[in-house]
Design a protein around this ligand. Sequence first.
Ligand code: FAD
Length: 530
Amino acid sequence: VVHWLMKKFNIPLTVLSHLGGHSAKRTHRAPPDEHGNPVPIGFLIMKTLKDYIDSTLSNQITVRTGTTVTRLLQRTDFRTGVKCIYGVEYRIRADSASKEKETLEADAVILTTGGFGCDRTNNGVMSKYRPDLLGFPTTCGDFAVGDGVLMGQEIGAELVDMDKVQLHPTGFIDPKNPGNPTKFLAPEAIRGSGAILVNQKGERFVNELDLRSVVSKGIIDNCAEYEGTNSKFAWCIMNKATQFLFGDKVLDFYKDRLGLFSVATDLADIASITGCPLNTLMKTINEYADAEQQGICKKTRKVVFPSSISVNDREFLIARVTPSIHYCMGGLNINAAAEVQEIIPGKVVGSHRHIRRLFAAGEVTGGVHGNNRLGGNSLLECVVFGRIAGFRAAALNQREGFDSGCLKEEEWTLVDLREVRNTDDKYGRNTREYRFNLNGSLQKTGLKVGQFIAIRGEMDGEMLTGYYSPITRPDDEGVIGILCRPDYKGGPIVKLLQYIRPGCILEREKNPEIWFLGWWNWGFTYASDF
Ligand SMILES: Cc1cc2nc3c(=O)[nH]c(=O)nc-3n(C[C@H](O)[C@H](O)[C@H](O)COP(=O)(O)OP(=O)(O)OC[C@H]3O[C@@H](n4cnc5c(N)ncnc54)[C@H](O)[C@@H]3O)c2cc1C
């Protein structure tokens, strides 16, 4: 998606940053504009895509702002229990006092309502899953109250990792309004440029480039509360070299426009502003400089030193930073096609299925980031799954063969690789399931038990063909999977499959094409998922 954004929309994701918890520089962002002003990357992506919709797709897409979706419209097939979404109920915000609601019917609904980081209610999502975090400030917008999660839950969608809520270690405390529960974020790149964190004694206590969870815990365990608040806080110190690396113009925004930094001429000035003993501060800086020389800080295990610091430095910037709720790793469970999942009651194996016509992408989803999201990965996830969700939602209208099956005897069909699953636990060592999208999201293969498919694809001018029994069920919708060994025992077609990356829907020029020939009778037993 990075190349897609750069090539198709000219978004200059040309700057690579080393963010906390990463082992290398790998986060793409845009350089400052021609006046040296910062370009917030989320804003840039959103604005570019919105401009594209306004200019190129305005006759196909209607954007309704000022509306609050309140419910998903759903039908259940009482024979099979399969749920199907057919639209939403919503309220015009200006009318929020009135109970009147309107409905909008749709072929598909994609939920992109964000997380629940700003839910401060006593009986809300945060209080249910992480009551211990209710007193923490947040960097999230006041709309992030978990509406999508609740609407999904109401119709039986599965929620995953709901207790995994990320604290960002560096929400700025504004000295003019320290009790404000909403904080401006001190971007990850501040620490990535070499800013150090000290406690009220003037001591460093953590590797500033460690995971957000580790740095947040470091502040909570080692620092004092900011006066008049319940927030533990650290002093964030930037010398000239760090300021330069981060971008002076960008810092001006936080310093001059928002008043979130104090200026200190030298270490003695830092001591008088922060109340930290000067001797300890000098010792801390000297130890840090030594650690940089040795390539490791033995106390905090820091090994990357983005910029050098010395007790003789001048013109520091210092800020007060506090752990703040920043991101919700939990949310609606989706599969690799961005389809929202539900648990089939009473099933142990093959226990999930998708809720028809309901997709989700972005922070409303759960399970994508594990215990703790790395910086930069949310916008990445939004674009990856947003694109897949849009593509699969649009593919709902490909109804051809919906009942009879979309693979035709003696006819080749072009397919996309959806995902590669490691199935060592299920089918034995060194096995993989390759799952392909059928062209329509609700199409079925039409294969019967015992029927096989042929797969072909061209590599280096050679046409490779293989024959496989699908591992997915004949009535699975929108997907067909085959089981392979990714080594020499997998046969020549596996060589080809290894060159195909999942999700490369629109980048066919870079990928070999895969075609399915449906179907092929070999009379072996159908290898079912059960
Ligand atoms: C200060 C800050 C800085 C960040 N920086 C980065 C970064 O540099 N890199 C990175 O990868 N991630 C970053 N993140 C995280 C990332 O920005 C978010 O996770 C991401 O924007 C989530 O996108 P989303 O589209 O899923 O939801 P959101 O951006 O939260 O958007 C949700 C939208 O849904 C609307 N909505 C909610 N409920 C309803 C409803 N019932 N009806 C109608 N509309 C509704 C909201 O009004 C909102 O417009 C940052 C987050 C914050 C708070």
